[in-house]
Design a binder for this molecule. Structure first.
Ligand code: 5GP
Length: 199
């Protein structure tokens, strides 16, 4: 039986770029790919499930997680904490399961520092106008948060050169196909596959 080494895939992109939709499509049809559920202090949005989309915790609990070294990385983003629990990641990689993180650019940069083999993918909307339209269309983001998220998106674009791949989410099906292709190509890397070849 062949067990590939687990790889860490980090996806970033502006809030509203459609990351969750694209990610859930790809996760749904790959058993060897697991979504890393982050902890956050922000309130759940309609339809979000605790333990599935995020671990929703209060600030005291989050600060305890930081103190106890439970997070691979964390940031304070638009007035809330967001962080990646390290334990499930290490357990999955050990078992050969790939992990997919949906995190913003500062956290992604910190992950790369500690895990240089992480594959970094930037998911971008087709344009800033389209991003604004999608954020407003969601109907659950207050006006002042829309403005700060658009400002933040401009900052995030400046970090794009640090990423290995760009997926433009014009259409979720095509973006999911591109994401699957990136994962497949990374699995075929010589550094991963050489172990299965005998001379
Ligand atoms: P949202 O509130 O829209 O779910 O997420 C806001 C931003 O936080 C998104 O860009 C998302 O990728 C990012 N994010 C979610 N979880 C984490 C995390 O654990 N760490 C970091 N650094 N960013 C996160």
């Amino acid at each position: 039986m062949r067990i590939d080494k687990g790889r860490l895939f980090v996806i970033s992109g502006p809030s509203g770029a459609g990351k969750s939709t694209v990610i859930s499509r790809v996760i749904a049809d790959r058993e060897d790919l697991q979504f890393s559920v982050s902890a956050t202090t922000r309130a759940p949005r309609k339809g979000e499930v605790d333990g599935e989309n995020y671990h929703f915790v209060d600030r005291a609990r989050f600060e305890q997680m930081i103190k106890d070294g439970e997070l691979l990385e964390y940031v304070e983003y638009v007035d809330s904490y967001y962080g990646t629990p390290i334990k499930p990641i290490l357990q999955s990689l050990e078992k050969g399961v790939n992990i997919l993180l949906d995190i913003e650019v500062v956290g992604a940069g910190n992950v790369r520092k500690v895990m240089p083999d992480a594959v970094m993918i930037f998911l971008a909307p087709p344009s800033m106008e389209e991003l604004e339209r999608r954020l407003r269309g969601r109907g659950d983001v207050p006006e002042e948060k829309i403005i700060s998220r658009l400002e933040r998106a401009k900052m995030e674009y400046r970090e794009i050169p640090k990423y290995d791949y760009i997926v433009i989410n014009d259409n979720a099906d095509d973006a999911a196909t591109e994401l699957r292709s990136i994962i497949l190509a990374e699995q075929c890397r010589t550094s991963n596959r050489l172990q299965y070849l005998s001379e």
